[in-house]
Design a protein. Structure first.
Length: 203
C-alpha cells in the first residue's frame, strides 16, 4: 500500500486504536467526559469520531467509497480497516485510510481551532493527495551517479540526514515535507502535508 508518510503514520495510529477520542481519554482520566463535543452524542468513541459523527459523515458522503465501509457495524478503527481490506483493492484501501485520517483531522480542527471546513470536498482532496504522491513516485527517474560535490550523498555511519522542501500546489494550496535517511540512503522517517493559503516571506 503506497501512501505519503503522514498517511502511513495515520494507518499505524488507526490500527493500534491509539486515537485520543473522548472515550479513550475518559478511560485514562475519569474526570473527563465522554460526550462528543461536536454533535452531543453520549459517547465519542474512535468509530464515532471517524465514521458516525455528522461532521465525519459529510466527508464520507463525498468520498465515493461504499457506504457499507462507513456504517455502524464496526467497533474499532482496526475492525474498520480489516473490513475494508476484504472489499477494496490495496490502492483503494490506501485512499480509505487517507479519508479516515481526514475525518480525524477535521474533528481536531473543529474542536481545537474552531474551524469549520467544507466537509464535502475534504474526501476528494485527501484522495487526490494520495494519487498525486503515487504519480510523482512512479514518474521519478533514477538519480544518476555523479562525482560532482553538489550531488546528494548519504551521511556517515551513525548519522542521519534531513532533507526538506516546500512548494505551491494549484492556486491556493501550499505543500511541504521532509525525509530522514540513514547511512545507507534508506528513508527512516518521512512526512508530507498540505494547507490552504500562503504566507508572504518576510524581509
Amino acid at each position: 500500500m503506497s501512501l505519503p508518510g503522514s498517511n502511513c503514520s495515520a494507518g499505524r495510529w488507526l490500527a493500534t486504536n491509539a486515537l485520543a477520542s473522548q472515550v479513550t481519554l475518559a478511560r485514562r482520566i475519569p474526570s473527563i467526559g465522554m460526550q462528543c463535543e461536536i454533535c452531543g452524542a453520549t459517547e465519542e468513541s474512535d468509530i464515532h469520531a471517524l465514521l458516525l459523527c455528522p461532521l465525519a459523515t459529510k466527508v464520507w458522503v463525498g468520498s465515493e467509497i461504499e457506504d457499507v465501509l462507513w456504517d455502524d457495524n464496526v467497533t474499532t478503527p482496526m475492525d474498520a480497516l480489516l473490513q475494508a481490506s476484504k472489499v477494496l483493492s490495496l490502492d483503494r484501501l490506501g485512499e480509505y485510510v487517507a479519508v479516515l485520517w481526514e475525518c480525524w483531522n477535521l474533528r481536531n480542527r473543529f474542536i481545537f481551532e474552531k474551524k469549520v471546513d467544507n466537509g464535502d470536498a475534504l474526501a476528494s482532496r485527501a484522495v487526490a493527495f494520495v494519487l498525486n504522491f503515487r504519480r510523482m513516485r512512479d514518474e521519478e527517474s533514477p538519480v544518476p551517479q555523479s562525482t560532482d560535490a553538489s550531488c546528494w550523498r548519504p551521511p556517515s555511519l551513525g548519522i542521519f540526514k534531513l532533507n526538506f522542501d516546500a512548494g505551491k500546489v494549484g492556486q491556493n494550496v501550499r505543500e511541504w515535507g521532509f525525509v530522514v535517511r540513514d547511512h545507507m540512503g534508506e528513508a527512516v522517517l518521512a512526512c508530507v502535508t498540505q494547507a490552504e493559503g500562503f504566507i508572504s516571506p518576510k524581509a
